[in-house]
Each structure stands twice: as C-alpha cells, then as structure tokens.
Design a protein around this ligand. Structure first.
Ligand code: TYD
Ligand code: MG
Length: 476
C-alpha cells in the first residue's frame, strides 16, 4: 500500500512532505508529527470501522464526492433528544467504579496514566477478572509483557484474573482484527505506547503513532460498544508521555499516583465525560494485588505522631472527607537560598503559606530550611490544606506540640491573613469527631462543633500553647 502520510506541525499546523527537526513555518523544534492523509477514495472496506446508522447515514448518503452540498438539517431542542440511560458495568473494584462515575460505560475510552511500577497492569487485570466473572467478555492486550509474564501476575490476583483472555501483540491491525473477532465488552490495551501502525513510519510511542493507534481503537470501540481502557506511561514530569492529544480524544483520563516505595496508591479522574472529576480512590499494594483502603482516616489519625510539627488535616478527597497528618520540619539553613521541600502538596502553595505566616503570623522562616510532608504518600490538592501547613510549620518552628492533640484543622488562607471558608465543613467536622479529634480549628461559619477562627492570628492563638504564644508576640 502506498504510504499516504505527511508531517504536520503541532504548533502552527504547517504541512510538509518531509520531516524537519525545526518547523519551517514557526521555527518551533520537534513539533512535526507524522499523520495519515485523508484518503482520496472510499476507504470504507475492511472492518467497517466507519460508523453507520441513524439519521447521520441518510444525510451522508451519496454525498461523498466532496462537491455535492448536504441539505440543511433541522436542529432540535435538547429535551427532545432521546438519550438512553447509561448502562454501566461494575468493575468489581468499588474505588475504581466510584472514580469512573459509577462503573465502565460501554463504548467509552478511558486513559489510565501512571509511572512504571505503580500498579496499572495489576489494577486493569483485576478489573477485567471481575468483569469476566460477572459474565462479560473481556480481552487483555499486552504489548509490554509476554503472555507468560501476565499470567505470573494474574496468579497472584486470583482465579478471576486467570480467566481473562490475553493477546500479546504490538501490531495495531492484528489487535483491531482480534477485538473485532472476539467482540469483548471490555478491553485493556497495555500500553497504548507499545502498539504500532504499519502505515506510519514513526517509532512506537511517537506522538503520530500514539494518536493513530488511539484514533483507530476509538472508532472500533465506539462502533461496537466496547469499553476500552488504554494504559499510558507518564513522564518524570508527570505528564502522559508524548501525547496530550490523547487527553482530548478519550472520554475519561485517570491518573494512578503514589510513591513506589510506599504502599498507598491514589486514583484520580482528571477528565470524565460520564462523572465527576473530584473523586479519588485510595488503594494499598499488597501481596494479592491492590486492596481498597476504606478506613484511611482511622489509620492516618492512629499513626499521627502528636509531636511538634504534626497536625491533622481534615481534607476532602472529592466528595469524601479524609483525615491526614501533615508534618513539618524547620531547621536552620546553611544555604543562601534555604530549601523548601514538599511532598503531597503544591510547592507554590507552601511558598504562599510561608509568606503569610511570616507577614501575618509573625513566624519567619527566611533563614531556615522548611520541609512539609503529607504522611503516607497521599496527595492533598485542595485549598483547605493551607491552615494545616501553617500550623505544622508554626509548631515545628516553635518546637512545641499543638494544644490538645490530636486536633484537626482546615481552612484556606487569604493574602491578608484571613481564614477563608472552604467546602463541606460539616463533613470534615463529622469525620474529625468520628476519629477522636474533638477540637477542630476551622474558618468562621463552618458550623457547630468547630473552634472558629477569623484570621491566621486567631488560629495560632487557639493552636499554640500559651508560653510559645507569648514568644510569638514578643517577637512581634
Ligand atoms: P504493575 O501492575 O506491573 O505496575 P505497572 O503496570 O504500573 O508498571 O505492578 C507493579 C508492582 O506491584 C510490582 O513491582 C510488584 C507489585 N505487586 C505487588 O506488590 N503485589 C501484587 O500482588 C502484584 C500483582 C504486584
Ligand atoms: Mg504494566
């Protein structure tokens, strides 16, 4: 077959028959991507991947020579559009179902990203195992590992996982033919970067290849109602390797994160056409695969050290409250630019909190290294964490434990030192009370049971023991 490909620039859209390292149009480097040119004639033979059916088919009929104008269509109000309720398939893993918005939607394309060794293959294999046991047809396409290697993993995951049919293959056409022949209800491609289409010359995993692979799989999946999970690698910077284009193409982007050395893993939705992106699921990697962590708050509170520099944060993980321990260490620095090291939080957020703490709380950290860590390898991505960071740093800086620990807190800090209201105070307070944190420092209007503070100064007064407070005021 003649190669009908061209190179187009992902920045300015310039098309070129040849590849250039630097785009002749906009001078950007490494932006030319090989793409298949739209076919001149009919290419509808083969697997019947072009979608046919409904009103669309009639409108397209006979107008494929590109000249004939299509008749105008009548637009309808949305309420008259018949939409069948989504029939979701449960993956048998509660946390995964919740993050997906209630289960896998037939015909949907899910992209699961995560760094190597985090547990993507384990999670998808377990999900397919449960689906297979529930009577759905499944298919696991492994481009990365041999069938034997996948089997060895499945042996650790139990009987269900061993029933999943596997195809160890990297050629896109073979994979598409197999999906068409097997007709699975759910299919995993592990990973999308390893498949390659013979029609493009780029190496597997290059942007053009990945886009082509994902595009063709999507066409097939949508036409057959197959739910597909594409596993994708993540670069050191945390972005999906190569193609951001994939994020636009798929219905749902899930990110599996955590530290490989730690047992906890978090699953988050970054995009979801069929559910909320606020949800997060917590797992623990054990001998027999991933186990859902349902009592995370109890564990983190029980493990909290109650030492200077430790504070419990009543955070929200999507719609679910979660208590986590935030720890800080403040130590004199020998560097001209003292270190600011965070894990589990946004680095810029720490810089902001330290500035507010210095200006409005009179606790300066200018000459010290500051380390802040959310214990357990969990990531907290919400504004409510500000106060916990501030109190942990204040407590570490003064070298005194907070009053009446375990005590929890939450709240966002404003630039003028005020403590701002954050979402779901009642759920946070309830969770804190349930796990023995009787006193919770919270913004005004958080509801009954909170020790309310209007400003950072008020919160410090409530949290720090009297002696150390005097010290603070003396410095002021
Ligand atoms: P894997 O799913 O292969 O990660 P990924 O596909 O994201 O690269 O699993 C990664 C790690 O999980 C591996 O180092 C071994 C560990 N593991 C367990 O601890 N217990 C288990 O039951 C399994 C299957 C894996
Ligand atoms: Mg893997």
């Amino acid at each position: 077959m003649a190669r009908e490909t061209a190179y187009s620039c992902s920045e300015c859209g310039l098309q070129s028959a040849q590849w250039h390292g630097q785009c002749p149009g906009c001078n950007a480097w490494n932006t030319l991507i090989e793409e298949r040119l739209p076919a001149a004639g009919a290419r509808s033979q083969g697997r019947g991947r072009r979608r046919v059916g409904g009103e669309g088919a009639a409108a397209h009929g006979g107008a494929r020579n590109g000249r004939a104008r299509r008749p105008a269509l009548a637009a309808r109000p949305l309420r008259e559009v018949g939409a069948a309720p989504l029939q979701r398939m449960s993956t048998g893993i509660g946390e995964l179902d919740r993050v997906l918005g209630g289960g896998l939607v037939p015909g949907s394309l899910v992209l699961l990203g995560g760094s190597p060794g985090i547990g993507k293959s384990t999670l998808t294999n377990m999900a397919l195992g449960h689906l297979q046991e529930a009577g759905h047809r499944t298919l696991y396409v492994s481009g990365e590992e041999s069938a034997e290697q996948v089997r060895l993993r499945a042996e650790r995951l139990g009987q269900g996982a061993l029933k999943v049919p596997i195809l160890a293959e990297t050629d896109l056409d073979t994979v598409l033919d197999t999906i068409a022949a097997e007709g699975p209800a759910a299919c995993v491609i592990d990973s999308v970067q390893t498949l390659n289409s013979g029609e493009l010359s780029g190496a597997p995993g290059s942007v053009g290849q990945v886009r082509e692979v994902a595009g063709q799989i999507m066409e097939l999946a949508k036409s057959r109602g197959t739910a597909v999970i594409l596993v994708g690698h993540v670069t050191k910077e945390g972005a999906l390797a190569g193609p951001r284009v994939l994020e636009h193409l798929v219905d749902c982007v899930l990110q599996f994160e955590g530290e490989r050395e730690r047992p906890y893993r978090e699953l988050r939705a970054l995009k979801n056409r069929f559910g909320s992106t606020n949800e997060a699921g917590l797992f623990e990697m054990r001998q027999g695969g991933l186990v859902e962590v349902l009592d995370a708050s109890a564990r983190f509170v029980a493990e909290a050290t109650r030492a200077p520099g430790s504070v419990v944060l009543a955070a929200m993980e999507g719609s679910r409250p979660l208590l986590v321990e935030v720890q800080a260490l403040v130590a004199p620095s020998e560097l001209e630019q003292p270190r600011r090291v965070v894990s589990g939080l946004d680095r810029n957020r720490l810089a902001l909190v330290l500035a507010i703490l210095g200006r409005h709380g009179r606790i300066g950290t200018g000459g010290s290294d500051v380390f802040v860590n959310v214990v357990g390898g969990v990531r907290v991505d919400e504004p409510g964490c500000d106060l916990a960071v501030a109190l942990a740093v204040a407590s570490a800086s003064r070298g005194v434990a907070l009053n009446g620990t375990p005590r929890a807190c939450f709240g966002e800090l404003g630039l003028t030192g005020e403590l701002r209201w954050v979402g779901h105070p009642e759920r946070r307070l309830e969770e804190a009370a349930k796990h023995g944190c009787a006193e919770v420092i919270a913004p005004v209007d958080s509801g009954a049971g909170a020790c309310e503070a209007a400003t950072l100064r008020d919160a410090l007064t409530l949290a720090l023991p009297t002696g150390s407070r005097r010290l603070t005021q003396a410095v002021a």
